[in-house]
Design a protein around this ligand. Structure first.
Ligand code: ATP
Ligand SMILES: Cc1cn([C@H]2C[C@H](O)[C@@H](COP(=O)(O)O)O2)c(=O)[nH]c1=O
Length: 228
């Protein structure tokens, strides 16, 4: 029988976009999706909290209602479980690139460092919620779904606040004082130091086009995009 020359199916790849509110994540998700599709990849674009009808309902509560810190963490992880099982895992199993606007690093940064909520409790919830049969083959924690690549848009809290001023009415998180976002930014820096293999720091203080060039070159270096 003649050997077939068909390429093996692409493996799924999970990319998260992280950073404080106003850091510029959303400005680059759609352009990256387009670039990946032009490079022949199937792409799913999604966000947290949200990404499914149930998780979007939880998002509406989370972004509007004041609540106890544990309640907030539980609702975030409930939305995440639903999102993982119905959107993220199926897309990765089909070999897609999954682009997600925020994931669990946001919980460690906002709830953990921003609100001062217990990091050990967050870690326990992470282990429960992100246990997925298809995840982590060959990884340090087999069976635990984690992003393959995290693009961290690093921007001083004062610059983010001035970019957001007047753009839209602030939600519950955006209404927090600058000191909160300074703690969240420090939380992201700590996560970047803890997971240097999957984190890539993007200098988000540069003009839009230069930020995009950084995103593009990270994806080229990681073999997701070809040369420009
Ligand atoms: N590099 C940049 N230079 C100047 N302004 C920018 C830059 N990137 C984004 N902006 C502007 O800053 C604002 C926030 O950007 P964007 O919505 O992409 O941030 P975000 O990180 O997705 O915020 P959020 O998490 O709150 O949704 C927008 O008005 C956007 O046009
Ligand atoms: C996933 C996640 C999100 N948040 C916060 C961070 C943002 O302020 C909002 C989401 O709004 P965006 O405009 O879509 O960025 O939710 C959080 O506190 N903890 C989380 O785990």
């Amino acid at each position: 029988m003649k050997p077939t020359s068909a390429a093996p199916p692409a493996a799924g790849f999970f990319i998260t976009f992280e950073g404080i509110d106003g850091a510029g994540k959303s400005s680059h998700i759609e352009p990256l999706a387009q670039a990946l599709r032009a490079h022949g990849r199937a792409v799913t674009l999604t966000r947290e909290p949200g990404g499914t009808p149930l998780a979007e309902q939880l998002r509406s509560l989370l972004l509007a209602q004041a609540m106890d810190a544990l309640t907030e963490a539980l609702l975030l992880f409930a939305a995440r479980r639903e999102h993982l099982l119905t959107v993220i895992e199926p897309a990765l199993a089909q070999g897609q690139v999954l682009l997600c606007d925020r994931f669990t690093d946001a919980t460690f940064a906002y709830q953990g460092h921003g609100r001062g909520f217990d990091l050990q409790v967050l870690q326990t919830l992470e282990q429960w919620v992100q246990a997925c049969p298809g995840a982590g083959v060959g990884a340090s924690a087999p069976g635990l779904r984690q992003p393959d690549l995290t693009l961290w848009f690093d921007l001083p809290a004062a610059t983010a606040a001035s970019r957001l001023a007047g753009v839209r009415a602030p939600d519950k998180f955006e209404a927090e004082p600058q000191a909160f976002f300074e703690r969240v930014a420090a939380g992201y820096a700590a996560r970047c130091a803890q997971f240097p293999q999957r984190f890539e720091r993007i200098d988000a203080s540069l003009p839009l086009e230069q930020v995009w060039q950084q995103v593009r070159s990270v994806c080229q270096r990681r073999g997701l995009l070809g040369p420009a």
